[in-house]
Write a protein that binds this ligand. Structure first.
Ligand code: ZN
Length: 169
């Protein structure tokens, strides 16, 4: 009996301890599990830039990413899908189905035609080029492309980020 009650007491202590130590009980305030940005894929995340997806925190690398993430829930969902596939978001790994990620169809193009380590979504700015849609992370990248589409396309195709053009060529 004594043994049992001491077990109970320590279990209770563990629960109290966990709730004190883990702000994870309030999902939006947990420490995000990812260390690289799910948008600018080569960048380390920064603690003051954060979004969330269905109550789970996602760390981001900068204010540009945070603005896009927070402005458009569908874009954020798409980033969750593609970045989880790339292994950048361990917090969603294995939960694809319950989060509805299975229903999101990925574009052939993954990365921005200008910033080739930055991911795009169907909601990203785009242009028509040789009969296909070419996507950019933001309007600034699109403006860079528009200064010289031929040269930019050549570079992007060489980098392998425009499979939709390769097919057309
Ligand atoms: Zn960023």
């Amino acid at each position: 009996m004594k043994f049992r009650s001491s077990l109970l007491a320590s279990a209770r202590a563990a629960i109290v301890g966990a709730s004190l130590l883990s702000p994870g009980l309030a999902p939006a305030e947990e420490t995000p599990a990812n260390t690289r940005c799910p948008m600018m894929t080569e960048d380390e995340v920064e603690s003051d830039h954060q979004g969330d997806f269905k109550g789970t925190a996602v760390a981001l690398c900068c204010g540009k990413c945070e603005r896009i993430w927070k402005a458009d829930e569908r874009a954020a969902s798409y980033y969750v899908k593609v970045a989880t596939e790339l292994g950048l978001l361990p917090q969603f790994k294995g939960k694809e189905k319950e989060l509805g990620l299975d229903a999101i169809e990925l574009l052939p193009q993954r990365y921005c035609a200008i910033h080739q380590k930055t991911l795009i979504t169907p909601a990203s700015p785009s242009v028509e080029y040789q009969g296909v849609k070419v996507y950019f992370f933001n309007e600034k990248a699109k403006a860079t492309w528009e200064k010289d589409p031929e040269a930019a396309a050549k570079k992007a195709i060489e980098a392998g980020v425009l499979p939709q053009l390769k097919k057309a060529a």
